[in-house]
Design a protein around this ligand. Structure first.
Ligand code: LLP
Length: 432
């Protein structure tokens, strides 16, 4: 079932009209469906039946507390990559024991915070991280549970900027060096080796790269066990793709079947870090047309959402569905338009060359599958306040992040004293 569907010609989120949301909350606004989040989680979890798995939702995809809480209520743990994400996951009620701490560059403070939270597993990406963590843990007389994120040198066949498992990518430790690092880890006082980890990229639409990477990882687990390491947790990262346009990504059960074929015989806990697969299609970005402008041969529909609100089209040339909130008649004339934002960059695009029915200022449009890597990647470029976020549940609407107000945004700036404006009440905090 779709969670964003037309009813009598108007697009709804569950049982709430998007016109109502736009009018009550204003635009641009992200809108998430609670039911979609739960259904996505259930589909993923059901694919693994009652095997010993930890589904550690990758918080980076959508870090709103309401989203994390919804998923954690379904049983999710969390995958975090910074002290901030760790704090968010803890704040949403996920215990440290259900959190895996990933991240290519963890500071000493972050490692210490992970230890304090008693995270389930640190996914380490270098010898330096290992040694720092051991030192911090040993001082506290504790042992940190660790896995190495290995780089299997597999091309995930996804967008170049989100492939992470090729040998020239910055992530992980080369798989060929892993055994040496595990031996070193065993010799350190503050470390307990518990598992292995990989994540080869995001938005994978084919099982082949997973298969290659997982097979290499399985060989490594055998070798490590042969070396006497007690590998009891295997973290397979995230990466399962979703349909934005016409992609046909593997289903959760096809993915689970592959995992079973390779790891079925290993007596261990399997950890997954899905992000996009749980949240992408659970959110849309609702926006209003400001103006329609004809320049030379081109028709620009300028809307009030921009690259600062939703960066994926500008950054990755990502294609997202864009639909009018009031459904076009089947036989309505369509014109090819570029849907763009008001930010002062030609790269500020949301959709290029789209056949759209006639749109006029004041009309609302919905940018689809914007629940993952949408609000989290927003900025306030052009002094555009971060968009509001709402969640719907049946016929109910909750504002899960109010729109940032301009005075809050501007009021964060401080004037240095030397500018000689003593009226600034915040002067005392300014630089001297
Ligand atoms: N685990 C780790 C260590 C990761 O780095 C990521 C994503 C995930 C899990 C979750 O991957 P997912 O299941 O969502 O594919 N901003 C980009 C995506 C960046 C992904 C970064 N890492 C985009 O908008 O496509």
């Amino acid at each position: 079932m779709g969670w964003f569907e037309y009813r009598n010609g108007v697009l709804y989120a569950e049982s709430v009209s998007l016109v109502r949301i736009a009018e009550e909350i204003g635009t641009p606004v992200y809108c998430y469906s609670n039911a979609a989040l739960k259904a996505n989680y259930k589909e993923f979890a059901d694919a693994f039946g009652h095997r010993d798995v930890l589904i550690a939702y990758s918080v980076k995809a959508n870090a709103n507390q309401a989203v994390i809480t919804t998923l954690s209520d379904c049983g999710a743990g969390a995958d975090v990559v910074s002290g901030g994400e760790l704090q968010r996951a803890l704040a949403a009620g996920i215990p440290g024991t259900r959190i895996v701490f990933s991240g290519v560059g963890k500071t000493q403070e972050e490692l210490a915070a992970g230890l304090a939270a008693q995270v389930h597993q640190f996914n380490l990406e270098s010898k330096t991280q290992l040694e720092s963590l051991s030192e911090i843990a040993a001082k506290q007389n504790v042992k940190a549970p660790v896995a190495f994120r290995v780089n299997p040198d597999v091309d995930a066949k996804t967008h170049d900027k989100i492939a992470t498992g090729r040998k020239a990518d910055k992530f992980g430790v080369p798989i060929v060096e892993a055994r040496g690092l595990y031996d070193l880890a065993r010799s350190l006082p503050g470390i307990e080796v518990v598992g292995v980890d990989l994540h080869i990229g995001s938005q994978l639409t084919n099982l082949e790269p997973f298969k290659d990477a997982f097979s290499r990882l399985a060989e490594l687990v055998n070798a490590l066990r042969g070396d006497g390491h007690d590998i009891r947790q295997i973290d397979l990262g995230g990466g399962l793709g979703v349909r934005y346009r016409d992609e046909e990504p593997p289903t959760a059960s096809e993915y689970a079947e592959l995992v079973d074929t390779i790891f079925g015989g290993f007596d261990c806990q399997l950890i997954f870090e899905p992000g996009r697969a749980l949240v992408a299609n659970a959110g849309i970005l609702l926006s209003q047309v400001i103006e329609v402008k004809h320049v030379s041969e081109r028709r620009f529909v300028i809307i009030d959402a921009a690259m600062n609100d939703f960066l994926r089209p500008a950054l990755y040339d990502a294609w997202h569905p864009i639909d009018p909130v009031c459904e076009a008649l089947v036989d309505a004339t369509r014109e090819i338009v570029d849907i763009v934002g008001p930010v002062c960059e030609s790269g500020d695009v949301l959709g290029i060359g789209r056949p759209m029915s006639f749109l006029a200022p004041g009309d609302f449009v919905a940018i689809g599958a914007a629940g993952a890597y949408g609000a989290v990647m927003a900025s306030s470029y052009n002094t555009r306040p971060l968009a509001a976020e709402v969640m719907v549940h049946g016929g109910r609407i909750a504002i899960v992040r109010p729109r940032l107000q301009l005075d809050e945004l501007i009021g964060r700036d401080r004037l240095p004293q030397w500018l000689g404006k003593p009226t600034n009440p915040l002067d005392e905090h300014g630089a001297t």
